[in-house]
Ligand binder design. Structure first.
Ligand code: IPE
Ligand code: IPE
Ligand code: MG
Length: 248
């Protein structure tokens, strides 16, 4: 049976996060420069966004550029930023047509002015959209995010806006760059790497993890459906017993 038909729509993960990995290897396998892999990655990106929107998933978070990725060769960084501006120029209308709202998480202030401006524009014009929330992690890492939260909490405590004796998880979350976005229910990582690479460490506490050997540029609709089907077979216990979960 077609994979799409096997998906139970009432049991969709409301938030899927993806570590889009393997662009460089995809290009190298073809004797091409890594940049071709990143360009090809945009095709996979479009397909996954379209699939998520069509299924009715509420949040899709994509890891596009990590804090650590700033350590890559300058040419690769500028190529990636170029691809980003190009895609925003090309795809803003598609986002509008499909009722998709663009959001970013991360230290976007570190991005080049043209990228920042282009992003701000698209975020602004899509802010009224009520369909899929497309969250792009840019210059993002969890350790940056958590350190930043700690810094801002200290400022608020010193100013007297926050009492240090009553800081609960919900208060801490307000200082994270993901504030307002529910935790991911499913995390997908492509390219066979079995690691988190500094992505959403706080938010992934109870997320279901799915790893596939497929390289990001080859990741398509059916790969996405397979990940969702795998998720739908799992029993999420959140620390409870299986009996307790089944009772509900
Ligand atoms: C993921 O692909 C894209 C980014 C990290 C920007 P990579 O560029 O990491 O590809 P590999 O892992 O080297 O194959
Ligand atoms: C993680 O991929 C970051 C993104 C996909 C943007 P990397 O390729 O940078 O991760 P490592 O270095 O293999 O852990
Ligand atoms: Mg990689």
């Amino acid at each position: 049976m077609q994979l799409r038909k096997q998906i139970i729509i009432s049991k969709l993960p409301s938030h899927v996060a993806i570590i889009m990995d393997g662009n460089g290897r995809w290009a190298r396998q073809r004797g091409l420069d890594r940049v071709f892999g990143h360009q090809q990655g945009v095709t996979a990106l479009r397909e996954v966004i379209e699939t998520a929107a069509e299924l009715g998933i509420k949040y899709l978070t994509l890891y596009a550029f990590s804090t650590e990725n700033w350590g890559r060769p300058d040419e690769e960084i500028s190529a990636l930023m170029g691809i980003m501006v190009q895609s925003l120029n090309k795809e803003t209308d598609t986002l509008l047509k499909n009722n998709i709202r663009l959001l970013t998480i991360g230290d976007v202030d570190r991005l080049a002015v043209d990228v920042k401006e282009r992003l701000a524009e698209t975020i602004q014009v899509t802010s009224v959209n009520t369909g899929l929330n497309l969250v792009v992690a840019l210059s993002y890492s969890s350790r940056w995010e958590i350190t930043e939260a700690a810094r801002r909490i200290s400022i608020d405590v010193i100013k007297g806006n926050l009492n240090q004796d009553s800081i609960h998880e919900e208060d801490f979350e307000k200082y994270l760059t993901t504030y307002g976005i529910p935790d991911p229910e499913l995390l997908i990582r492509t390219s066979g790497e079995l690691r988190i690479s500094n992505f959403l460490l706080w938010q992934l506490a109870y997320t279901e993890l799915y790893f596939t050997d497929t390289l990001w540029p080859d990741f398509g609709k059916d790969d996405f459906y397979s990940a969702i089907l795998d998720f739908q077979k799992r029993e999420r216990r959140f620390g409870k017993t299986s009996e307790q979960v089944l009772e509900k």
